[in-house]
Design a protein around this ligand. Structure first.
Ligand SMILES: [Zn+2]
Length: 287
């Protein structure tokens, strides 16, 4: 408690008793620049108007010691004035200095403790608010964690679903492709017609092996998937060749790029196949 307060140039050490600021006669005389005994005389003159415990405290030496007050007292103890008691003592002090000192003492001395307490209250409030905010923040974090967890679970479910979906799609594709394992019968018929009409019934690839004999297919006839994808049964992927050529494509003896012009020639004939000759039905494929 060494927060020295300057009142009108006089340093005074704050005194606190019973939870409030108090002042002694000696302090009053000093800050008001009055002869010793002025304040105490004023007090004694109107003592019947002062209320003990409200305007002043009359305390003994042992009580001074117990309260830890930094003051000296004689055997009669000491009188401590509260703010109201001080103002009553000052009633007769009406010179300019007294008015100034009174205002200063009330504002910076007696009310200072309240300010400190208010600040402490405010700090306590801020601390409590911070604690509450921390708790709220924590619970929000927990909620966010929970949401993240849920989102991740949903994400996993979506992954699982799309995986299953892909699997099913693959299954459907396989099913669709397996639905037609070979070229359409009509396409095979037209291919045979092209072979008979434009390739003298011989293999359009090697130009040697007979694929038809008297319009009937021989055992050498093969229906080839040009792009080597057996599920691609489009007409543009189709031609007829002999089993040897088919074998040679598979084992690499024949290069498709080198034979491409032959395939193209066959395709051209296939596209331009005279609808009339189609009707001739030069040969029939038995499925
Ligand atoms: Zn051939």
């Amino acid at each position: 408690m060494s927060n020295i307060v300057q009142i009108h140039g006089e340093p005074i050490e704050p005194l606190e008793y019973n939870g409030q600021r108090v002042i002694t006669f000696e302090m009053i005389d000093r800050v008001h620049g009055r002869p010793d005994g002025t304040a105490s005389r004023n007090f004694r003159t109107h003592k019947d108007k002062f209320i003990n415990g409200e305007d002043y405290y009359q305390i003994q030496v042992d009580e001074i010691r117990r309260a830890g007050l930094p003051i000296k007292a004689n055997n009669y103890g000491i009188t401590l004035l509260t703010e109201s008691g001080y103002l009553m003592v000052c009633k007769s002090l009406t010179d300019d200095r007294s008015w100034e000192v009174q205002r200063s003492l009330v504002k910076t001395y007696f009310r200072a403790k309240e300010l400190v307490e208010a600040t402490q209250d405010h700090n306590l409030w801020v601390k409590q608010m911070m604690e509450r905010l921390a708790i709220i923040g924590e619970s929000h974090e927990k909620k966010i964690d929970g949401l993240c967890q849920e989102i991740s679970t949903v994400g996993e479910k979506v992954d699982t679903f799309s995986y299953t979906f892909d699997e099913r799609l693959n299954g459907i594709e396989t099913l669709l492709n397996s639905g037609r394992k070979s070229f359409h019968a009509k396409l095979k018929e037209r291919g045979g017609t092209v072979c008979i009409e434009h390739f003298s019934s011989k293999c359009p690839c090697c130009g040697d092996t007979l694929l038809f004999h008297n319009g009937v297919k021989t055992k050498f006839l093969n229906y080839d998937h040009w792009n080597e994808k057996p599920q691609d049964n489009r007409a543009t992927n189709f031609w007829v060749i002999c089993s040897q050529c088919n074998q040679d494509f598979k084992n690499g003896k024949l290069n498709r790029a080198e034979q491409r012009y032959k395939f193209n020639f066959f395709q051209e004939r296939l596209r331009k196949l005279d609808p009339a000759s189609k009707q001739k039905e030069l040969f029939k494929v038995k499925n």
